[in-house]
Design a binder for this molecule. Structure first.
Ligand code: MGD
Ligand code: MGD
Ligand code: SF4
Ligand code: MO
Length: 746
C-alpha cells in the first residue's frame, strides 16, 4: 500500500536526465530517508547531492488540488473535474471547428523525470487534428539533431567509462551530469595517468578543475577553437584514412577546408594558447579512443549548429565511432527527436523545424500575429515556458493573447498563473512514471516507477486527464474500443493482431493508439498500472527494430520485455550490444556510409574568416551566461527556496578584477541590464570567471504563492528571442550582451 511507510521503496531522482535510481523510506507522506538504489541497472547506487533533497519537491511547494478556471477579473475559481473537462473540451472543439486543428499547439509532455503522461498527449493532439508541438529540447538540441540526421542518422553518446580521451564542449558534467555516475567517472579519468580530459569552457568549471587540458576560450569562440583543433588534426595528417574510406563518403571538401585553416589566427580569436590547441588536436588525433559531449555552453551560444558539426567531425575524421571508448549510437524505447532529413516548417514564419519540433524561439511569432494560420490555443504540460523561454515578457504577451490556454502542472507556476484553465497533476511520486531518457550503450536501461504515495486528493495522473478529454471530445469510435476489448479477452496475441489490423485500416486510429491502449489493455494491468499500457506497444517497437539486442538483454520476445518493464521495480536492461561494432546496427541504412559534407555548414565554416566573434558593445560590454547549472539548481522543479544548502540567492558571478573595476564588493548588489530588461542580483567574486564574462544560475526568480518577493533572477527577463542560431533557431542564453552597475546597499 503506497504511503504507509516503513519499507524501502524503489524509485528514481527526477532532477536531471540521469534519473539515478533511489530507494525511499516514508514517514506518512514525508520522505524520511533517501538512498541510492544499488539494484538500479543504470546508476548502481550512485546519486549526487541533490537527490537527498527530493522531499522539497514532494512536500515543499504549494500544490494545486482542484482544477481552476480563470474568470474575467483574473481571479481563479475552483471547479470540479467534470466541469473542467467539459468546458475545456468544448473550447478546444470551438477552436478546432473555427480555425482548424492545426491552430492548437502542444508544449511540454515531460520534464526531467516524467515522460509517461507525454506519451498519451500525442493522442489528444492528433485527435484534435493538431500537428504542432514542442518542448525544451527545441531550445537546446535541435541544431545537434539536424547535424546528427545528416551524419550518423541518430543520437550519439560517448563511452566515457572507457575513453582514452574525453572531451567536454560547453558541458560541466560535475554539476549537470548527463552521463551515468558522472562524478565517479570524472574522478576515475582524472586519477588515471593513461587517460586525458579536455574541457572547452570560458569558465574554470568544476569539470575543468579535473581536466588535463582546459581550453579556456573567450565566450562564443568555440567555432574558431574547434576549427583550429581540427586544423591540427588534418594538417598533421592524424586523420583515420582507413575509417574514412570504409565508412564515409565526401570527406574531400571537409578536409580541404581544414587543411587551410589558419590555426594560429583561430587560436588567437579564441584567446587560447596555440600550444594547448596543438596538444588537444594531437591527443585527439592519436588516441586509442575519444568520446565527446557537447551541451548548453555551445548549444545556447553563437554558431551552435556549426559547432555541433565541428565537434562531430573531431571524432568522425579520427575514426572514433562504434568502438570501445568512442562515440556510440543506442536504442530508444521511444525516440525523443525525429531524425528525418525532411524538415517541416512552422505555419506562420516558415521557420524550419529540425527534429519535428517548433523551435522555442519561433513560438511567440507563431502566436502574436494576425496571420490566419497562427496558433490560437496552447496546452502546456510539465513545463514552465513563461519562465524558461527566451524573453519572458514577449512570451507572456503571446500566451495572454491566445483564445484558449490550458496548463497541466503540480503547482501554480509562472505559466499556470496566466492560463485560462489549470489542471492539477498527481506528483511524480504519486503515480506510475518513467522517462524516455534511455540513451546508453552498450546496455540501455528503462525504469517504470511505481507510485510511492496515494495521489493528493483532487489530482489526477496525466494519462487519465488526456483520456477524459479524448472521451469528452468523442474522437475515438466506440466500436474500435469494443473490438479491441473483445480481442484482448482472447489473449494478447489476438489483441496484437487486432491492433495491427486496426492501424493498417484506420489512419486516425493510429494517431489515437496510446489512448486506445489505455482504454483497453490499461485496466487489465496489475496494481493499477493502467498508465503503463503504452509500454506494451513500445516493447513491440524495440522487439521489431532491435530483436537481437533485446534478446541479448535477456528478453525472448516483446511480451517478455513488457513483463520485465512492468515488474522490474529498479529498472531493466532493454538492449545489450557489443562495444566494438555493435553501434552500426543503429545507423539507418540511408546514413551508411556516413556523408561527411553538410554543404551549408561548410559554407559557415569558410565564413569564419570574415565573421565577427564579438557581440558586445560599449553599452553592453559583458557576456552574460544566463542560466548556469550549479550545485543547487534544478530547473524549476523545486518550488521551495529552502531546498538549497548554498548559493541561496543565486549569485551573479564575476571576476575579481571586473568587480574591482566596477567598485562592487563580494556580497554586494548589482544591476544587470540587457537590451530586453534589467534585474538586481547579489554578487559573488569568483576567480573561475574570466574578465568580461558573468554568469547567473538557472531556475531562480520564481513567483511563489504567499511570497511577495522573488529569490534571485529569472534569467529570461534578460534574454532576447532574436538572438538565435540561423539553422536551428536555438537561443543564445549563454551569450547575452549585458551591462553591470553597482547598487548601493538598501
Ligand atoms: N545541477 C543541475 N544539473 C542539471 C540541471 C540543473 O538545472 N541543475 N539541468 C539539466 C538540464 S535540463 C540540462 S540541459 C543540462 C545542461 O548541462 P550543461 O550544459 O553542462 O549546463 P550549463 O551550466 O548550462 O552549461 C555548461 C557550461 O557551459 C559553459 N559555457 C558558457 N558559455 C560558453 C561558451 O561560449 N562556450 C563554451 N564552450 N562553454 C560555455 C558554462 O561555463 C558551463 O560550465 O543539465 C542538466 N543537469
Ligand atoms: N535563460 C535560460 N533559459 C533556459 C535554460 C538556460 O540555461 N538559460 N535552460 C533551458 C533548458 S536546457 C531546459 S531543459 C528548460 C527547462 O524548462 P521547462 O521545460 O519549462 O521545465 P522545468 O523548469 O523543468 O519545469 C518543469 C515543470 O514541470 C512541473 N512538474 C513537476 N512534476 C510534474 C508532474 O508530475 N506533472 C506535471 N504535469 N508537471 C510537473 C513543475 O512544477 C514545472 O512547472 O529551460 C530552458 N531555459
Ligand atoms: S545526477 Fe541527476 S538524477 Fe542523479 S541524483 Fe543527481 S540530480 Fe538526481
Ligand atoms: Mo535541458
Amino acid at each position: 500500500m503506497p504511503g504507509s511507510g516503513g519499507e524501502w521503496q524503489a524509485s528514481a531522482c527526477i532532477l536531471c536526465e540521469s534519473n539515478c535510481g533511489i530507494t525511499v523510506q516514508l514517514e506518512g507522506r514525508r520522505f524520511a530517508k533517501i538512498r541510492g538504489d544499488k539494484d538500479n541497472p543504470g546508476s548502481g547506487g550512485y546519486t549526487c547531492n541533490k537527490a537527498l533533497r527530493l522531499d522539497h519537491y514532494q512536500n515543499g511547494g504549494t500544490r494545486i488540488t482542484a482544477p481552476l478556471r480563470r474568470e474575467a477579473d483574473g481571479t481563479y475559481t475552483e471547479i470540479g473535474w467534470d466541469i473542467a473537462i467539459t468546458e475545456i473540451a468544448d473550447r478546444l472543439r470551438t477552436v478546432r471547428d473555427t480555425h482548424g486543428g492545426e491552430s492548437i499547439f502542444f508544449y511540454g509532455g515531460g520534464g526531467q523525470g516524467n515522460h509517461l503522461g507525454g506519451a498519451y498527449s500525442g493522442a489528444l493532439l492528433r485527435g484534435l487534428g493538431g500537428r504542432y508541438r514542442s518542448n525544451a529540447l527545441a531550445q537546446e538540441k535541435l541544431g545537434e539533431a539536424w547535424v546528427d540526421a545528416h551524419l550518423t542518422g541518430g543520437h550519439t553518446h560517448g563511452d566515457f567509462e572507457h575513453a582514452q580521451v574525453s572531451v567536454f564542449v560547453g558541458k560541466n558534467p560535475w554539476q549537470s551530469h548527463g552521463i551515468p555516475r558522472a562524478r565517479t567517472v570524472l574522478q576515475n579519468i582524472a586519477k588515471d595517468p593513461a587517460r586525458t580530459m579536455i574541457v572547452l569552457d570560458p569558465v574554470r568549471s568544476e569539470t575543468a578543475d579535473l581536466a588535463d587540458i582546459h581550453l579556456q576560450i573567450k565566450p562564443g569562440t568555440d567555432a574558431w577553437c574547434l576549427a583550429a583543433v581540427l586544423g591540427v588534426i588534418v594538417q598533421g595528417d592524424l586523420v583515420d584514412h582507413e575509417f574514412l574510406a570504409a565508412h564515409t563518403v565526401d570527406a574531400g571538401p571537409v578536409l580541404a577546408i581544414l587543411r587551410d585553416i589558419d590555426i594560429a589566427g583561430y587560436a588567437a580569436v579564441s584567446g587560447v594558447d596555440i600550444a594547448l590547441i596543438r596538444r588537444a588536436g594531437e591527443l585527439i588525433g592519436t588516441a586509442e579512443s575519444v568520446a565527446t559531449y557537447e551541451d548548453l555552453g555551445v548549444q545556447q551560444s553563437p554558431n551552435s549548429t556549426l559547432v555541433s558539426y565541428l565537434n562531430k567531425l573531431t571524432w568522425l575524421i579520427t575514426g572514433n565511432f562504434a568502438k570501445r571508448g568512442a562515440m556510440q549510437m543506442h536504442s530508444w524505447v521511444v525516440p525523443l527527436i525525429n531524425y528525418s532529413l525532411k524538415t517541416k516548417t512552422t505555419p506562420v514564419t516558415a521557420t524550419p523545424m529540425p527534429g519535428g519540433l517548433v523551435p522555442c524561439n519561433a513560438i511567440v511569432d507563431e502566436i502574436l500575429t494576425d496571420h490566419p494560420k497562427r496558433f490560437r490555443a496552447m496546452i502546456v504540460e510539465s513545463s514552465n515556458p513563461a519562465h524558461s523561454l527566451a524573453d519572458s515578457q514577449r512570451f507572456r504577451e503571446a500566451f495572454d493573447s491566445l483564445e484558449l490556454s490550458v496548463v497541466i502542472d503540480v503547482a501554480m507556476t509562472e505559466t499556470a498563473r496566466r492560463a485560462d484553465y489549470v489542471l492539477p497533476a498527481a506528483s511524480q511520486f504519486e503515480k506510475w512514471e518513467a522517462t524516455f531518457f534511455n540513451l546508453e550503450f552498450p546496455v540501455n536501461t528503462f525504469q517504470l516507477r511505481a507510485p510511492l504515495l496515494e495521489p493528493l486528493p483532487g489530482t489526477l495522473a496525466e494519462p487519465e486527464i488526456y483520456a477524459r478529454l479524448i472521451r469528452e471530445l468523442g474522437v475515438a469510435k466506440p466500436r474500435t474500443i469494443a473490438t479491441l476489448k473483445a480481442a484482448l479477452r482472447l489473449g494478447r496475441t489476438a489483441y496484437g493482431l487486432a491492433f495491427l489490423t486496426l492501424l493498417a485500416l484506420d489512419k486516425k486510429a493510429a494517431g489515437l493508439a496510446p489512448y486506445l491502449l489505455y482504454e483497453t489493455l490499461g485496466p487489465t494491468l496489475p496494481n493499477g498500472a493502467r498508465s503503463a499500457a503504452v509500454l506494451w506497444a513500445l516493447a513491440q517497437r524495440v522487439a521489431h527494430l532491435h530483436p537481437r539486442s533485446m534478446r541479448r538483454a535477456g528478453h525472448k520476445n516483446s511480451e517478455a520485455l513488457f513483463t520485465a518493464m512492468l515488474t522490474g521495480r529498479s529498472g531493466v536492461a532493454v538492449t545489450a550490444d557489443e562495444l566494438d561494432g555493435g553501434a552500426w546496427a543503429y545507423v539507418p541504412k540511408r546514413n551508411r556510409p556516413i556523408r561527411l559534407t553538410i554543404e551549408p555548414l561548410l559554407e559557415s565554416l569558410r565564413d569564419l574568416d570574415n565573421k565577427d566573434w564579438a557581440h558586445t558593445s560599449s553599452e553592453y560590454p559583458f557576456v552574460l551566461s544566463a542560466g548556469e547549472r550549479r550545485a543547487f539548481t534544478a530547473n524549476t522543479i523545486f518550488r521551495d527556496d529552502s531546498w538549497r544548502r548554498r548559493d541561496a540567492t543565486g549569485a551573479l558571478r564575476i571576476s575579481p578584477a571586473d568587480a574591482d573595476r566596477l567598485g562592487i564588493a563580494d556580497g554586494g548588489r548589482a544591476l544587470i541590464t540587457t537590451d530586453r530588461g534589467s534585474a538586481t542580483a547579489t554578487v559573488e567574486l569568483n576567480d573561475r570567471m574570466q574578465d568580461g564574462h558573468i554568469s547567473l544560475p538557472n531556475g531562480f526568480g520564481l513567483d511563489l504563492p504567499g511570497s511577495d518577493h522573488r529569490t534571485g533572477v529569472a534569467p529570461n527577463d534578460l534574454t532576447d528571442l532574436r538572438r538565435r542560431d540561423p539553422y536551428s533557431a536555438t537561443p543564445w542564453h549563454k551569450h547575452v550582451p549585458a551591462r553591470v552597475e553597482p547598487l548601493l546597499p538598501t
